[in-house]
Design a protein around this ligand. Structure first.
Ligand SMILES: [Mn+2]
Length: 318
């Protein structure tokens, strides 16, 4: 196991061929954009590279990766994971590759430390910033490679407004924009377009918001029944966790989504004031993430789950 700089990671990739790239469970724009960008950069060098088909990819992200899925006949010699922090985030078809990861690229402080080599920098807002550096080492980044990398960086920062955004994020975005990509369409698609179902869902979630910690904390709860009633699907839920953060005065937003009966996914978003450490709260519940954005899976009835989350959040608050 060795920790690599982005230069060393690029040097390692240069020695490889027949490369398979893995994305995480319930893939977001960052993992998808990183995988697509890296795959295209490797192909530009004449290598064979593919992505392992992630069955959970949403429509808004599928356009970046659909032409890059590996066929059944592809025999990978080197496996790379992007934006995957933990073994539990490998989707079913990817789990078989867990012990074969040659290079793990990630930016989560909770990264579990798998893979022969690792290129991890928790100071980066998006894994896309790290992959950008690696791709730049591999050669000139063209428009094709730049587009998914821009989507990665933009989506993981909520279009450069989340508290994780840094000057480096903007520098990376600027360099990617200078390749001539249509970033206007990317931003319109990811940040200024909502389905009618999504609007209905947000209205209901916000209408039923439950506050705690003297209105500084809020629960937004999404039981399966609400999904069914509004007709919402995975495509309508992109970045739903950030919704709580738009309420004035809230510095601890807990979105609870029922994945299957009695199994809830907690997405915790906390404020820059540091009152609540999201990672600490989620680690108590068996999850992990960043200081201001973390998650965990919690089991029980909604009432039991809210109680457990309140306790964990209380312990992680100052
Ligand atoms: Mn990420």
């Amino acid at each position: 196991m060795s920790r690599l700089t982005t230069q060393a990671a690029a040097a390692l990739l240069r020695q490889q061929d027949n490369i398979l790239i893995l994305t995480h469970r319930r893939p977001d724009g960052d993992t998808i954009g990183c995988a697509a960008g890296l795959c295209l950069a490797l192909r530009q060098m004449g290598k064979r590279a593919f992505l392992l088909k992630n069955p959970e990819v949403t429509a808004v992200n599928a356009i970046y990766v659909e032409p890059l899925w590996a066929g059944a006949d592809f025999a990978p010699e080197f496996v790379v994971s992007v934006d995957i922090a933990a073994k539990s985030l490998f989707f079913e078809g990817a789990a078989a590759y867990f012990d074969r990861i040659g290079l793990a690229i990630d930016h989560h402080p909770s990264f579990e430390g798998f893979g022969v080599h690792q290129c991890v920098n928790p100071e980066r807002a998006a894994c896309g910033e790290i992959v950008f550096e690696i791709c730049r080492e591999l050669g000139k980044i063209n428009r094709e490679t730049a587009l998914p990398l821009y989507a990665a960086v933009a989506t993981d920062t909520g279009c450069f407004v989340y508290t994780n955004t840094t000057a480096n994020t903007h520098r990376v975005a600027a360099e990617l924009m200078e390749t001539g990509i249509d970033y206007i369409s990317v931003n319109k698609r990811h940040f200024r377009t909502k389905t009618k179902r999504r609007i209905a869902l947000e209205a209901e979630l916000l209408g039923k918001a439950e506050f705690f910690h003297e209105d500084r904390g809020v629960f937004l709860c999404l039981p399966l029944e609400m999904m069914e009633r509004t007709g919402a699907n995975e495509n309508d839920l992109e970045d739903i966790a950030s919704l709580a953060g738009i309420i004035e005065g809230v510095d601890c937003g807990a979105v609870l989504r029922e994945l299957k009966p009695g199994e809830w996914k907690l997405s915790l978003r906390t404020g820059a004031n540091g009152r609540v450490n999201a990672t600490k709260a989620c680690e108590t519940l068996g999850g992990g993430g960043h200081a201001m954005a973390a998650g965990a899976t919690v089991h029980g009835s909604l009432e039991q789950v809210k109680k457990a989350v309140l306790e964990a959040v209380g312990q992680a608050a100052r």
